[in-house]
Design a protein around this ligand. Sequence first.
Ligand code: GDP
Ligand code: MG
Ligand code: ZN
Length: 312
Amino acid sequence: MTLFGTVYRSINNIYSVKTDSGDLFSVRIKGKRLAILEGEYNPIVVGDRVLFEAVSETEGLLLERNSRRSSFARWNVKRFLNQTICANMDQILCVCSIDSPPFRPRFVDRVVACAQGVDVVVCMNKCDMMLTRVEEERFRLYGRLGFRTVRVSAKTGENVDTLRGLLQGRTTAVIGQSGVGKSSLVNAVLGTSQKTGEVSGKYNRGRHTTNHAIMLESASWPSEGFRLIDTPGFREISPPHDDILRVRSAFPEFESCKCPYESCLHIDEEDCLVKRAVEMGEINSDRYYSYVSMVEDMQSRSPAYLRSGKRK
Ligand SMILES: Nc1nc2c(ncn2[C@@H]2O[C@H](COP(=O)(O)OP(=O)(O)O)[C@@H](O)[C@H]2O)c(=O)[nH]1
Ligand SMILES: [Mg+2]
Ligand SMILES: [Zn+2]
C-alpha cells in the first residue's frame, strides 16, 4: 500500500512521517538514494511531502518526494553544498534577542535571503530588556520595509498571545542564533513547560536539544492550532549558492529606488541609483553593506560540483 505523509523528523536517514490520516511511520530510503535526488546534500527534510510504500503498520520505504512550495536553505561551508533545513512552511519566524546574544540585524537579512517562497516575521525576544537607540532604529526599519515584526518576552509572557495569534492555522519554521530563546518561545506558545533547551511535543515526548529540525504540533492540530518547526541555532548563515539577483530581491528598498539597470547588482556599476540613495542616506547603509557582504560571500565560493576532481 502506498501512502502520503509529511516528514516530522529526520535522524540518520530514517524519517518520521505522519500520514494525512494521522498515523506515524518510520520511513527509510529504498536502496542507497533516490535517483531524482542525486546531488543534494540532504534530499529529505522536515516538512517534505513524501510518497512511501508501507511495509508494516509502522514502517515504510520512501518512493518519491513532492516538489517544495517553500523552503529555507543555506550554504553549507564545510561541504561546499546548498543545504535545505526545512520545507513547505507557511512562514518563517526569525527570532532575535535584545541581549545575550545581542541583536544582529545582518543575521536577519541573511535569514530573509535564505527564505524561498515564504515570508519572514522578525521576532524580537527578551523585550524585558532594552535595545540601544541605533538597534531600535534598525529593528523598526523592518516594519517600514514591509516585514511583520513582533516584540515578545518568553520570560515575562509579554505579547506571547500576539505571537500565538500569528501562528494560528499555519506551519512556521523558527530560525535564529542559539541563545535567542527559540526553545523558550516554542514552549511558551505551545504551553509546554520543559526546561530550556528541551522541547517536547505530542509526538516527541523525549528530550530535544535542538541539534536537528523537528516538527511540533499544538494540541488539537489539524482541526485548529498550529505547527512549528524548531531548528538548531545557527552561528553563521550564508545564502545558498544561487542567482545573486535572488539575494538582491531580499532587499525591497532597492526595488523602490528604481535603479534603471535591470541587472544592476548595485555594487560596481556606475550611475547606480541604489548607491546614490545610500550616499544620500535614503537607504540604510548598514542594510546596504549587509547585502554587499552576502554578494561577496557568494562570489568567493567554489561549489563542490564546480571543482574538478575534488568530489564526485
Ligand atoms: N531575559 C530573558 N531571557 C530569556 C528570554 N527567553 C529566553 N531567555 C533565556 O535565554 C537563554 C536561551 O534560551 P533558549 O530558549 O535555550 O534559546 P535557544 O538556543 O534559541 O533555543 C535561556 O537562559 C533563557 O532562560 C526572555 O524573554 N527574556
Ligand atoms: Mg533551542
Ligand atoms: Zn544599481
